[in-house]
Design a protein around this ligand. Sequence first.
Ligand SMILES: [Zn+2]
Length: 70
Amino acid sequence: MSKHLETAAPACTCVPPWPALTTLIEGTTHPVVPASTHTPVSALYLARCTGCGAAYTGPWKRLPCSSRAA
Ligand SMILES: [Zn+2]
């Protein structure tokens, strides 16, 4: 659980930043998590913070199981 921060200032205003991320794919919101490298999906879609809606520009990946109801 490292707290490595990107040099670019994040747009998220939450404390702590990026509490959770989601992405909108074909009209459906999917929960995603930060990843070490970009994935084919993260290259196509933009993830956003669930708290403030800021765009997450770093690499992320979809959760393997995203069917759990909120
Ligand atoms: Zn936020």
